[in-house]
Structures are given as C-alpha cells and as structure tokens.
Ligand binder design. Structure first.
Ligand code: PLP
Length: 436
C-alpha cells in the first residue's frame, strides 16, 4: 500500500464531536472581521472591483516592512538563529525595547519589566489570565477590539462602557468611575481600533490617577489591586500633530498597576512576523513569562534578533515611521476628504477626523431609508448593500462590541491604494442617489 491509496479517515458526525467539546471553545465567537473579509476575498477573486476597507492589516505592496528589518531577518536565519528563544525573549531585544520606549515615550523600565511574545494577542490574553480570576470584573469601553473575546476566554465578567462620538469614542473618568471600585482590570486602547481616535492627555491622566487612588484605598484595606491594561499597538501611527502618551510617563506612581503592550505588527506593518512585548511590574511579568512559556507563544527567534538590531538603529526607525505615517495619512485623507465633500453635498454621511492608527470612523445615516425597494433596518443591511452595490467593504461597529445600529463603520486603509479609494466614491454616490 502506498500513501496515496490509503483511504482518508472518517471523523463521523461533526455535531457529535462538537457537543463533546468544552463550554469555553463552544461559546467562543470567531472574528467577525475575518468573516466579512472572507466574503470580500471571494468577490475580489471573482473579478469584482472592491475597495477592501475591512482588515486591520497591510498590503505589503503599499506598506512594506522596513528594509533594515527584512535584511536583518534574513541574516539571522543565515546565522543559524533558529532555536528556542529564551522564554522571556532574546536579551538584546528586551534591552532594545527598554531604550526604544525611553527615547520614544519618556519612560524607563528595568529589563525585568519586558517580556516578548508572538505579537500582542498572547500578551493581551496572558494579562487577563495573570490578573483576573473567573467571575471578576473587567471594565472596557466600546467600541473596542476583542475585549469581549478575552473576557469570555478568561471567564471574567465584562463591564461594557459605551462611549460617545463627541468624545472621540474614548471613555471619560465620569463614565468609568462607578465601575472601578470592584473591578480587577480596566482596558484602554489608544490610538483606538476601530475608530482611529486618541485619548486626550488630560482624560488619560485623570483615569490613571483614579487607578492610583483606587489602589491606595485597596492597599490600606488589604485588598487585591486594580490593573490598567494599556494597549498601544498603534502608538507610532499618528496623524498630523496628534500626540500619544504612555500612562506611566504621565503618572509615574501608576507604574505598579499599569501593563502596557506594544509590538511591531502595526507600527512596522509587520503583522505576519509576530513580535510583541509587554511592559509591566517585574513580578507580574515573571508570572506572564510562565504562561507564555507553557503556551509556547514566543516570538520566532530570527525575528527577535532582527527587531533588536532594527530598533537600535534610531535614525532608520524614525525615517520608516515618518514614511509610514505619510502613506497612512494620504489614504486616510483621501477617505476623510471624500466623505466630507459628500456631506457638504447633502449625502447622509459623516466621519471623524483621523488622529491615529489606520482607521476612519464613518457614519452612514441610512437606517429606515430604502434603496431599490430594500429597507435598511440594521448596520448589517447597510454593510451588505455597500458591498453588493458599491464594492465598498467596511466593518460595522457591532464587530467591536457596540450593540446599537447607529450606522457607524470602521474603514481600514492598510490593504488599499489611494486609487482604490478614489474609484469607490463615484460608486457610492450613485448608490446613495437611489435613496428614498
Ligand atoms: C488594538 C489591538 N491590539 C492588539 C492587536 C493584536 O496585534 P498582534 O497582531 O500583534 O497580535 C490588534 C490587532 O488588530 C489590535 O487592533
């Protein structure tokens, strides 16, 4: 018998297997964004002209990784850097991260505060696991990315704080304060996925000071602390004169309770290379090291060695960041200017001026309106219509935990050219001209 003549194994009734799996995996919801993106890919494969504004990823033709990073990765492979990395990350990279953070954000961490993992996701999940017991409260604003999934996976109780467009979709201390007394973890992300907005410095300072105060109270009472998980994976992607701040640079006394995470996925357009890091209290980071180690969620060693070398080349890092921001800004401007013009012409569209990340928040005020006899009741109806009739692929804010059908969408510019964007506007205008 040859391998080709073996009959393929039969796994029987899929539902029987599924019913036997854990509540945890059966209750998990897959990524809504990836589901939408799969529809879009099919249309593109069928030859349709689609402006794909769905995925938070980059087309390497428009947004390549830095040359200095690519060359160092190849060298690292050629040098045989192909074994297990140390479980907290290659020392040279941890040192390079300390220096990068100090020169970029004005906060100096000890080396024991740095742990490297395979991107930001394992860091996010291990922070939840390291800090939160099952049933404890995690407070997070919506719209935001993936907190609902990490809450589920860690068995936590999610406390959702809806934000307002007029606050740039960022939470205020007034909105958060009632929930902090009995929370274990507060999660903030700025620049924010999905909105492309930044938290104002005074707003962030007030929230971080409240975390410090809450912990002073708890320390006196002998209670466990409240942590702030600060996700800054888009921190170097900034529009115009927008300024990003780290919580510990604003309020150094918060250091014991703040966990900041970052990585190369977004800032260096390197989502597939899988290098992320956490900065936090050494004791917490040591616990996370054990978690990441048991999962084996280390970043690949050649990439770690290469990122270390690249981060240490400050002029190359700055030059890349400038060029990256110029390109992202050009695409975001093309979207923002296009929608602003449509709005001035009376179309029911609105968008928030971009401040950072690779996203634009767009509102289509179409709920209750009809097009071609089709009445639009939900964001999902609008999404489908835009895709089918205007070749415009966007992600509704529902994919980021918002419940109301308020017409808000995330537009991501990483996978399109400005030409793709320009070509989409006439299609959208002629679709909206049919509105009744
Ligand atoms: C806010 C935010 N945090 C973390 C991540 C995960 O990044 P990584 O690809 O490094 O796991 C993403 C990815 O889209 C994100 O948008």
């Amino acid at each position: 018998m040859t391998p080709e003549t073996l009959s393929t194994l039969d796994f029987g009734e899929p539902d029987l297997i599924d019913a036997s799996l854990s509540d945890n995996v059966r209750g998990l919801v897959g990524s809504e964004i990836l589901k939408i993106a799969a529809d879009v890919k099919k249309m593109i494969a069928a030859g349709d002209d689609v402006c794909n504004l769905t995925v938070g990823d980059f087309d390497s033709r428009h947004f390549p990784i830095p040359d200095g990073l690519r060359e160092r990765i190849i060298t690292a492979y050629n040098d045989g850097e192909t074994n297990y990395p140390p479980s907290d990350g290659v020392l040279a990279l941890r040192k390079a991260v300390v220096d990068f953070v100090a020169r970029t954000w004005g906060a100096r961490y000890p080396i024991e505060s740095v742990l490297i993992a395979s991107g930001a996701r394992p860091i996010l999940y291990s922070t939840y696991l390291a800090v939160v017991n099952a049933g404890e409260k995690v407070v997070y604003p919506v719209p935001s990315w993936n907190n609902n999934h990490y809450v589920w996976m860690s068995g936590a109780e999610g406390v959702v704080v809806p934000t307002r467009a007029e606050d740039g979709f960022m939470p205020t201390l007034d909105q958060l304060a009632p929930h902090l007394r009995d929370a274990r973890l507060l999660v903030l992300n700025s620049p924010l996925n999905p909105t492309g907005t930044l938290i104002a410095e005074d707003q962030l300072r007030a929230i971080v000071e409240a975390v410090v105060e809450e912990n002073q109270r708890r320390t006196k009472q002998g209670r466990r602390g409240l942590f702030l998980l600060h996700d800054q994976v888009y921190s170097t992607l900034l529009s115009g004169d927008a300024r990003h701040r780290m919580p510990v640079a604003l309020v150094p006394e918060a250091a014991p309770w703040v966990v900041s995470l970052d990585g190369i996925s977004k800032g260096f357009a390197a989502t597939g290379l899988r290098v992320g890091w956490v900065l936090g209290a050494p004791k917490l980071v040591a616990r996370m090291k054990a978690l990441v180690g048991h999962i084996g969620a280390w970043a690949p060693r050649p990439e770690q060695v290469a990122v270390a070398g690249f981060l240490n080349d400050a002029p190359a890092v700055e030059a890349y960041q400038q060029e990256m921001n110029r390109r992202v800004q050009r695409s975001l401007d093309a979207l923002f200017n296009g929608f602003t013009e449509m709005r001035a012409q009376g179309y029911p569209v609105d968008c928030v001026s971009p401040q950072g990340a690779i996203y634009l928040s767009l509102r289509l005020d179409l709920i209750g309106r009809s097009i071609g006899g089709r009445r639009l009741e939900t964001n999902e109806d609008i999404r489908q219509l835009l895709l089918d009739r205007a070749g415009l692929a966007a992600v509704p804010f529902q994919a980021f935990g918002l419940e109301q059908d308020s017409g808000w969408f995330r537009l991501s510019v990483g996978a399109v050219s400005t030409d793709d964007i320009e070509r989409a506007f006439p299609r959208l205008r002629s679709l909206l001209d049919e509105l009744t």
